[in-house]
Ligand binder design. Structure first.
Ligand code: SAH
Ligand code: SF4
Ligand code: F3S
Length: 435
């Protein structure tokens, strides 16, 4: 007898979700997929097969915005050929005037601000004939799931467009998050990563004022969760209680994303980051004292307006001194509405930005190679996320990417891997005989 899968019964539109940007966008795309699935839509693999395309956009730098605009252009051509194609835009390209986007791009049927899923559901019901759809999580999820715990940002770093596009900080109630974590576990999640632009201020706007440390402690109690992560921290807001919680809570991984952005006090002031290099150093010392094997990631912007060669060297020295595990580096890109774009001239030539970017990458490659080579011969615990080109891959608690080949089925399982090869970006090994 033939068994029909749920998908076979679906007759709704075929949809394709295009996603760029940060983990927040990825998490939101998963939720959009959950809603569309519940409304009987079917996922497809590419634009040309779709009746409904959702663009989940990012505008953190001009280059990201250009990708979104390029894709909108491509879709205009597709819509000319298939007039029934519906195009929906979300993510940070959509500002407070979402109607304006539909005016600028007539090919867009509907735009909604990041996270405003109720608007999508309303549109789906009223305009796209998607009856019966509900906001829910996808039926199956990856072993590693994201949970947005707050929207927006109140910090207004001078270069950053995020507060203008995602609005002010709004925390989700603690109970909602715990409930979602439990559902995700039922759907196969083993690790949860809590997301927010500044997770250190989680809860300040909620009636009982829970904080991130409390949320982590409560999540620890959920059976089935093996690992908990969270990002992003802000150096001016991370507090001792949180550091102690990471040190003592067994499921919370020893990994912090602590963007420093620059290693020069004048640049940090112009960026309106709210800390000095010395304060950042002290913070790292405190974190390392409490969490000895902590791995640290950071973000750097090179070529901020007025950045001199000497100021840039201060950033390189700080990288050498702190020895981060991972550094994400970007060239400064002026963004509309931001204080830096309004008040400061983008005066570092693009070839100098590029040189500085390459320099940071090469300084960091040496550091990461030194750090990772210390893992050679060691056994690490890996949570397996999937398979690529015949090899399993997953991450250690310290967020290092590990590849290994093995005939067993390891998806979603914790496995001990003996490392036999280390590069600055990933590790390779074999399943340890202890596993
Ligand atoms: N809330 C997080 C993430 C913000 S966006 C944080 O505070 O770090 C992610 C990264 O993009 C930032 O850390 C920053 O390094 C980079 N970024 C933001 N605006 C930028 C700009 N205008 N030009 C270049 N890089 C930028
Ligand atoms: Fe942007 Fe600063 Fe907020 Fe991060 S903390 S999202 S860099 S304004
Ligand atoms: Fe991009 Fe918005 Fe995230 S601008 S980095 S998608 S918060």
């Amino acid at each position: 007898m033939l068994t029909r899968t749920r998908e076979d019964n679906r007759t709704g539109p075929r949809y394709f979700i295009w996603t760029i940007g940060c983990q927040m966008n990825k998490a939101e795309s998963e939720r959009i997929a959950g809603y569309l699935d519940s409304a009987g839509c079917r996922a497809t693999g590419w634009f040309s097969d779709a009746d409904l395309v959702i663009l989940n956009t990012c505008v953190v730098r001009q280059s990201a915005e250009n990708k979104a605009l390029g894709t909108l252009g491509l879709l205009k051509g597709l819509k000319d050929e298939h007039p029934g194609l519906r195009i929906v835009v979300t993510g940070c390209l959509v500002d407070s005037d979402s109607k304006d986007l539909s005016r600028r791009f007539p090919q867009v049927d509907f735009a909604f601000r990041p996270g405003d899923f109720r608007e999508l559901v309303e549109w789906g019901h009223d305009e796209a004939g998607l009856v019966g759809g509900e906001l829910r999580l996808p039926e199956t999820c990856s072993p590693c799931a994201y949970i947005p715990i707050m929207q927006g940002c109140d910090n207004f770093c001078s270069y950053c467009i995020v507060p203008y596009r995602r609005g002010r900080e709004v925390s989700r109630p603690l109970e909602d998050i715990l409930c979602e974590a439990e559902q995700l576990v039922e759907h196969g999640a083993v690790e949860v990563t809590l997301l927010g632009q500044n997770v250190d201020s989680y809860g300040h706007d909620l009636p009982e004022g829970p904080d991130l440390a409390e949320l982590l402690t409560q999540l620890e109690g959920i059976d089935g969760i093996a690992r908990i992560r969270f990002l992003t921290n802000h150096p001016k807001d991370i507090n001792p209680k949180l550091i102690e919680t990471v040190a003592s809570a067994s499921k919370v991984c020893e990994h912090l994303q602590l963007p420093v952005q620059a290693g020069d006090d004048d640049i940090l002031r112009a960026m309106r980051r709210g800390y000095t290099v010395e304060r950042y150093r002290e913070l790292v010392r405190t974190i390392r004292r409490h969490i000895p094997h902590v791995s640290l990631s950071t973000d750097i912007i090179v070529g901020f307006p007025g950045e001199t060669e000497t100021q840039f060297e201060h950033t390189c020295s700080l990288l050498e001194e702190i020895e981060f595990d991972v550094v994400h580096v970007a060239a400064y890109s002026p963004r509309p509405d931001t204080a830096a774009a309004r008040e400061l001239e983008d005066d570092v030539p693009s070839h100098v930005k590029k040189q500085r970017l390459n320099r940071v990458e090469s300084v960091q490659a040496d550091i990461a190679s030194r750090i990772n080579s210390q893992l050679q011969g060691k056994i690490v615990e890996v949570l397996v996320e999937g398979k690529k080109k015949g090899r399993w891959f997953g991450r250690t608690r310290s967020d290092k990417l590990v590849f290994f080949a093995d005939a067993g089925d390891w998806l979603g399982r914790l496995v001990e891997v003996q490392i036999d090869n280390a590069s600055p970006w990933s590790l390779k090994g074999q399943v340890s005989t202890n596993s």
